[in-house]
Design a protein around this ligand. Structure first.
Ligand SMILES: NC(=O)c1ccc[n+]([C@@H]2O[C@H](COP(=O)([O-])OP(=O)(O)OC[C@H]3O[C@@H](n4cnc5c(N)ncnc54)[C@H](OP(=O)(O)O)[C@@H]3O)[C@@H](O)[C@H]2O)c1
Length: 265
């Protein structure tokens, strides 16, 4: 008992494991395949967070997340997106990463078969509008790209984005996220939303009780450093923000894929 089991890395890459709710050897392509999320309450979408972190809780290395997760983690990110009507990110994530909000053709076709637009809407949150319309995030144009900003955001920057995104103003100096989610549901018909960070945006949404699930990939890596966790930095925690209920756990090549339900207090 207590021996180190080397089987995780000994398993061939075409095999993954479902560890919970019941153990099974499965194909990596079956994890979250056909994922069906509930519709959620009537005044906002059903909201899931999707994040990847190292075992020591770091969400960026050299300012970017791209070196943390495996190719399977990136594939799962696209499968979770394909189950949603919109993908939301904070503006600092857009500035740090080359976020492409698309899903691969086979997932787009499967969405179309279900009567959905081939790809989810791309939604960014920004007060400054310090965003470049040439970024890949804006590739699908104003019908499929939305920037939610404040009433005080610079007009010239809003105009510069107009050909690439629909810009909506919500709130004074910061976007009221309750109103933002209500608008996504009411005006844009978003019933399921995946939020892909960053920590600053995640933290606000969790604090407001607006998140239903967390998909968390734990990559078998240590990064060191004192960067933010999935809910940001800013000093020692004072209280538990939310309780989590484990829904499923998969493993592949030492990487763990947790799906948690957030139990609202
Ligand atoms: N490991 C992962 O899964 C993962 C995922 C995503 C990101 N990341 C990493 O996280 C880092 C970025 O995260 P971050 O926490 O610094 O920032 P963030 O949450 O991505 O973005 C924060 C920015 O979003 C805008 N924003 C957020 N809430 C707002 C509100 N209520 N009203 C108006 N604007 C609002 C503001 O943009 P403006 O400044 O434009 O006003 C704010 O500066 C990067 O290093 C990235 O690589 C990691």
């Amino acid at each position: 008992m207590g021996d180190f089991v080397a089987s995780a890395s000994a398993r061939p890459p075409e095999l993954a494991e479902r560890l919970l709710p019941t153990w099974a050897e499965i194909r990596p392509e079956d994890i979250y395949a056909g994922l069906a999320l509930p519709e959620g309450p009537t005044d906002r979408p059903y909201v899931v967070l999707n994040m990847v972190a190292t075992v020591d809780g770091q969400v960026a290395i050299g300012g970017r997340a791209s070196g943390i997760g495996s190719r399977l983690d990136r594939a799962l990110m696209r499968r979770i997106r394909a189950a949603c009507d919109a993908v939301m990110v904070g503006a600092a994530t857009l500035r740090a990463e080359r976020v492409d909000p698309s899903v691969p053709d086979e997932l787009a076709e499967a969405r179309a078969v279900r009567g959905l637009p081939p790809r989810p809407m791309a939604v960014a949150i920004s007060a400054t509008l310090d965003l470049d319309p040439s970024w890949r995030f804006f590739r699908h144009g104003p019908d499929r790209t939305l920037v939610l900003t404040t009433t005080t955001a610079p007009r010239d920057r809003a105009e510069a984005l107009a050909g690439s995104a629909t810009v909506e103003r919500i709130g004074g100096d910061s976007v009221d996220l309750v109103e933002a989610l209500a608008r996504l549901r009411g005006r844009y018909g978003v019933e399921r939303l995946v939020v892909e960070g960053g920590p600053t945006l995640n933290r606000q949404l969790v604090a407001l009780g607006l998140v239903d699930e967390l998909f968390l990939t734990l990559a078998p890596k240590l990064a060191g450093g004192g960067g933010p966790s999935i809910l940001g930095g800013g000093g020692p925690a004072e209280k538990v923000m939310a309780e989590l209920e484990l829904g499923s756990l998969h493993g592949w090549d030492g990487e763990l894929f947790f799906r948690y339900r957030i139990v609202q207090g």
